[in-house]
Design a protein around this ligand. Structure first.
Ligand code: GLP
Length: 254
């Protein structure tokens, strides 16, 4: 596992964006696994910059997002802040600024009427695309990756999962409060790629920033490998894992 420690959030973001850009340059038709949350925002901003200034070409890139809240979907007729779907997040923060083809974007469908069937279809589409070349990951305060909450099996596949109280609180504070959406009206379930799905990617890139991630990063990278800390699965990953942290997120590492 390579752990890269950068001075601050902006440098962490630039480093992560460079790793993704290099993946695209070496394989223009690469398959990227993408993440949401506040942490990857800077990475997406940097990638947009590389696209604009250096012509990084996304025309053949295919993307699969890790997760989506169940019960909501992108609704462009609503203002962005009222639409908390991850599909909208990806569109507003990244996709609308780059030359990716709409048909090459895959995001779990939070409005599916048949979640089980959908989850199987999503798995099949990842396989059909040849698997994920590079999977970007954030980390939740309780150690989740995607929305794989503590207790998720390391062999889990794409499925519906209930969100923990901590995740609901964290995501309420980061997103829903600003949108003036009541906590009880937040989706309490999500569709997520499983840990087994994530571990099949050829390369993993985790990013984390800030003091509030320091403890969970230390548990994930240096603590015991346990399903109670889903991100500790990175320690048993067979391929290349790169973790890019800022100083604060790295501060509890020994
Ligand atoms: C959400 C997402 C995760 C993300 C996590 C951390 O729960 N499902 O993929 O890693 O939040 O979010 P943040 O980057 O805002 O701390």
């Amino acid at each position: 596992m390579d752990i890269i420690i950068k001075e601050n959030y902006d440098e962490m973001s630039k480093c992560a964006a460079d790793i993704i850009a290099n993946c695209i340059k070496s394989k223009p038709s690469c398959v990227l696994g993408l993440a949401t949350g506040s942490t990857p925002l800077g990475t997406y901003r940097e990638l947009i910059k590389i696209h604009r200034e250096e012509g990084l070409d996304f025309s053949q890139v295919r993307t699969f997002n890790l997760d989506e809240y169940l019960g909501i979907g992108m609704d462009l007729s609503k203002p962005y802040e009222e639409d908390q779907s991850y599909a909208r997040f990806m569109y507003e923060e990244f996709f609308k600024y780059i030359n990716i083809k709409k048909e090459n974007i895959y995001i779990p469908d939070g409005l599916t009427k048949e979640p089980e069937k959908f989850c199987q279809w999503y798995e099949d589409m990842i396989k059909k695309a040849g698997g994920i070349d590079l999977q970007l990951l954030g980390i939740g305060g309780d150690g989740h990756i995607g929305f794989n909450e503590p207790g998720s099996s390391f062999s889990s596949r794409t499925r519906v999962i209930p969100l923990t109280e901590q995740t609901l609180n964290d995501n309420y504070e980061s997103f829903y409060r600003k949108a003036k959406i009541k906590k009880e009206d937040m989706p309490h379930f999500a569709i997520t790629m499983g840990i087994g799905t994530i571990l099949e990617a050829k390369q993993l890139l985790m990013i984390a920033s800030g003091k509030k991630k320091a403890k969970v990063i230390a548990r994930a990278l240096q603590g015991p490998v346990t399903t109670e800390v889903p991100a500790s699965a990175l320690q048993i990953f067979n391929g290349k894992v790169t973790v890019v942290l800022d100083r604060e997120a790295a501060s509890e590492l020994s």
